[in-house]
Design a protein around this ligand. Sequence first.
Ligand SMILES: Cc1cc2nc3c(=O)[nH]c(=O)nc-3n(C[C@H](O)[C@H](O)[C@H](O)COP(=O)(O)OP(=O)(O)OC[C@H]3O[C@@H](n4cnc5c(N)ncnc54)[C@H](O)[C@@H]3O)c2cc1C
Length: 407
Amino acid sequence: MAGLRIGKPIWVARNRERFALTYPRLTGSHEVDVAIVGGGMTGCTIAALFARAGVRVAVIEASHVGAGSTAASTALLLRELDLGLVELTKRFGGRKARRIWELSAQSVEGLVKLIRKLGIPCELADQESVYYTIDRAKLGELRAEYERRRRAGFAATWLTPGALRRLTGIAGQGAIHTRGNAQLNPYQACHGLLRAAVSAGAAAFERSPVTRIDVERDGVTVRTARGSLDARQAIVATGYATPGFQPLVGRFRMLHSYVIATAPLDRGERRELGLDRVMLWEAARPYHFARWTPDGRLMMGGEDRPVVRGERRAAAFRHGTESLRAYFETLLPSLAGVTIDHAWEGLFAMTPDGLPYIGAHRRYPRHLFALGYGGNGMTFGFLAARMLLEQWQGIRSADHRLFAFSR
Ligand SMILES: Cc1cc2nc3c(=O)[nH]c(=O)nc-3n(C[C@H](O)[C@H](O)[C@H](O)COP(=O)(O)OP(=O)(O)OC[C@H]3O[C@@H](n4cnc5c(N)ncnc54)[C@H](O)[C@@H]3O)c2cc1C
């Protein structure tokens, strides 16, 4: 795999080889209703929903909009959560599990609808997904997951080994086939959502790390090295708890995930691979996953591992991306002759029970949080935006408690 653009996500590599800089630094003092810390997919979705609802918001991004985990994302928009419905039921009970699953499906639909309504160019496409196992010992569990989804009213089709092979080229044991999912270019989507927010009156700042948030009687003052924002409320959308929120840091487990992508494949090469235009993900944990880009590249991801720092990081990157390639060559043997020309790593945050934290925390008055999405950040980011807008508007809902810190 010599000559790889190590570490540069495909979305950015295609974007004139660098992250775009669009917004000014925060200088001087400003006043808004809500200050949103973090300009990733979550912060920008929150900004779009709030600004379109008439709330005066500002997004403050430490580096570049969309350059965090959002740029590393493979952006499968799955109504299914990383936690299967069987596992979710064990952890939260049948009623809550079903509601969480429903909210996740509604988030995919809501995000897709919003992006279409705003006309954001981001390679958004409806897509089907295939959740497979190659492990005979896991077939019973996958079948139980399928039955549970069907009983709960979530549409799905069971794929026998023959049907799985015809659709994906994989010699597996069985799979769940789901319609109604989608995929997009996360970097473009994030920028498009922020543009929509700005058109609706929002302000945005880049290269402006927030250094402190002071809580006052009527609001907060969000401070950066060169400026400040007075707001009635701060929303923290930094992906996970940053050191400024030390008491919350222990709630997040940070993982690296790796992605490789092929050069664009022509129709003949794609046919030889045998994988139709569906998104693939595996029923094992941690899982592997793959999807096509509109220009015919196959993106493959997985090999999650706890964060490695310093000198060992490069070796972990090499090992992770080589393991990815080996796994997918076993799965789809004709990949052996195909050029891989991009590889990168990204960071994501897991919470102890696998659900994000959306809402207030008793230690931090006038703060709302939207953190810790695991592998479902694109859709949970939309859910966070919707729920936080409700909370800002004073709407109470039992759904909010499902994702509260105090759940
Ligand atoms: C390899 C990989 C593949 C993934 N695939 C999928 C997928 O297929 N589907 C899916 O749904 N999800 C996926 N995810 C998860 C998803 O990408 C993330 O959950 C999502 O992008 C998180 O968005 P975010 O805005 O919360 O965080 P980020 O994009 O990380 O944004 C947080 C921002 O906060 C900024 N920030 C931090 N501290 C400060 C500060 N003090 N002041 C100002 N700004 C600050 C950062 O600079 C950053 O830009 C994947 C993640 C990875 C790593």
